[in-house]
Write a protein that binds this ligand. Structure first.
Ligand code: ADP
Ligand code: MG
Length: 484
């Protein structure tokens, strides 16, 4: 709790954060019916009597959703226990039954933890299954229900399977909150539990924030909703902690309340106080039996678990070596599922640092499984060995991606003959002979003058070689020419 990374707040306060993450499960159909679970469809097309809560319709549990909940439970080291569905009663126009089927005091996953890349462990209190609500769109006014001319409702999302993952209040800074959400997303994606797309609402985060002085009991928490990106999560948590400290230092008390993050003003504002919070009148869902997954089923799911992101990062970091600063690239490649490609390309002999740059930057929009490992490794090696300039290598790469083919052949077909150092030296001599004044100024100039004239000479050599020279090599040869 006295970590340096912990944001220092005025008055000796520190922040305490617990996150509730809703993840939409990557099932084909809904939680309790055969209606499709698909994002982006024409409104009210992915519906059926159960989705609409029509009289006489009954829920039938989606086995795949239970399996995905177990997968996440295993990934987070949770105890997987027999669980019970409950009705959570509240009125909301986009929830046609007027109750949500959720899990209450018997959730499926309990008592786990998630390890951040920093090594710190964040406790997981529970993860429970529930169904998503539909979506209202308020037309006219400010897009809020008050002042709107009318409202539209889309039930496509109603009944989509959700897992609510609740952390313990173990998170100590905005940076840790972001790291937790990023790692949880990576785990959700790697295990196939969810696509984790925050921009499509597949993963939604609520942040509980309080402040206290170390050694004193935890403060009163406020829950912030409406966080649609890791950026907003970080900013909202920081803002909220500072707001609470300022209030406390001014002699005010903090009320437990739900607050909304406003992206425009970058502030939080009261949405409702705890006193007006709903009483959900939970009771056991009478139309569903308890779930008691058998030990053999859990063992079977355990055996099918993939390697988790933390281990994949460690593996790639090992292959890359201790090159400082590569940690972010490595995390990104693992998140994109491009780490196996990077491992294979490095194993095939390509220099690791360039291989990471190729895959992270130049192939950012390319499906890693569509890349031919031996071709990419050969190309990266050709560039690293000076046979191709970076510009040429990128042209070869784009042809390779579009049409396929071996890089050496593509380079030859495009006239990217490597300029040997002998012919490069000859070209440089010719350029110097043609520009004697510039060469004198280069030879006798200080660093600033040389810097400018280096550009001039490289340009001349490029023109003479039709762009086939390696600029870095030309620069090296100019320096060597002065010193000889
Ligand atoms: P609610 O029904 O109010 O959403 P939950 O039990 O679902 O309550 O979630 C409570 C969340 O608040 C958890 O993530 C927990 O870690 C967090 N939390 C509890 N106490 C505090 C506190 N004092 N400060 C910050 N977060 C807290
Ligand atoms: Mg909650």
């Amino acid at each position: 709790m006295t970590d340096d990374s912990q944001a220092a707040l005025d008055g000796g306060y520190v922040m305490v954060i617990g996150l509730e993450v809703h993840a939409e499960l990557a099932t084909r159909t809904k939680m309790f019916s055969g209606a499709p679970n698909a994002y982006g469809a024409e409104p009210n097309t992915n519906i059926d009597p159960t989705t609409l809560g029509l009289p006489g319709s009954l829920p039938v549990l989606n086995k795949r959703a239970v399996e995905l909940a177990i997968r996440l439970g295993i990934a987070l080291d949770c105890t997987i226990q027999p669980s019970v569905f409950a009705r959570k009663n509240y009125f909301y126009p986009d929830m046609p039954k007027d109750f949500q089927i959720s899990q209450y005091d018997r959730p499926i996953d309990v008592d786990g933890h998630l390890q951040l890349p920093s090594g710190k462990r964040i406790g997981i209190e529970r993860a429970h299954l529930e169904e998503d609500t539909g979506k209202s769109t308020h037309v006219g006014g400010a897009g809020r229900i008050s002042g709107a001319d009318y409202s539209l409702v889309d039930y496509n999302r109603a009944g989509v399977p959700l897992l609510e993952i609740v952390s313990r209040p173990d998170i100590a800074s905005a940076e840790e909150a972001r790291a937790y959400a990023a790692e949880l997303r990576a785990i959700l994606v790697a295990t196939g539990v969810s696509d984790g797309k925050m921009e499509e609402g597949s993963m939604r985060v609520d942040a509980n924030v309080s402040v206290h002085r170390p050694g004193e009991p935890l403060g009163i928490r406020c829950e912030i909703k409406n966080l649609n990106s890791l950026r907003s999560l970080g900013h909202a948590v920081d803002y909220e902690a500072r707001r609470q400290v300022a209030a406390l230092l001014a002699g005010e008390t903090i009320r437990q309340e739900t607050r909304l993050w406003n992206e425009q003003t970058q502030t939080t504002a009261t949405m409702r106080a705890k006193e007006d919070a709903d009483d959900y009148r939970y009771f056991t869902e009478p139309d569903l039996v308890p779930i008691a997954p058998g030990a053999d089923w859990i063992a079977q799911i355990r055996a099918s678990m993939p390697v988790l992101p933390a281990e994949r990062r460690a593996r790639l970091a090992d292959a890359v070596g201790v090159a400082g600063g590569a940690a972010e690239s490595i995390a990104l490649l693992v998140e994109r599922g491009a780490d196996d490609l990077a491992l294979a390309v490095i194993a095939a002999g390509a220099p690791a640092d360039r291989a990471l740059v190729y895959i992270e930057q130049y192939l950012a929009d390319v499906d890693p499984s569509a890349v031919v490992v031996s071709d990419l490794a050969a190309l990266v090696s050709m560039e690293a060995g000076g046979e191709l300039t970076t510009t040429q290598a990128r042209k070869v790469l784009s042809i390779m991606v579009d049409q396929g083919g071996a890089p050496a052949e593509i380079a030859a077909a495009n006239g990217f003959e490597s300029v040997s150092s002998d012919s490069l030296a000859g070209t440089i001599e010719a350029v110097i002979a043609a520009n004697p004044d510039e060469w004198t100024r280069y030879r006798e100039g200080d660093d600033a003058v040389r810097g400018k004239l280096t550009g001039f000479f490289v340009g001349q050599v490029m023109r003479a070689t039709k762009g086939n020279a390696d600029g870095a090599a030309v620069t090296r040869m100019l320096v060597a020419r002065v010193e000889s």
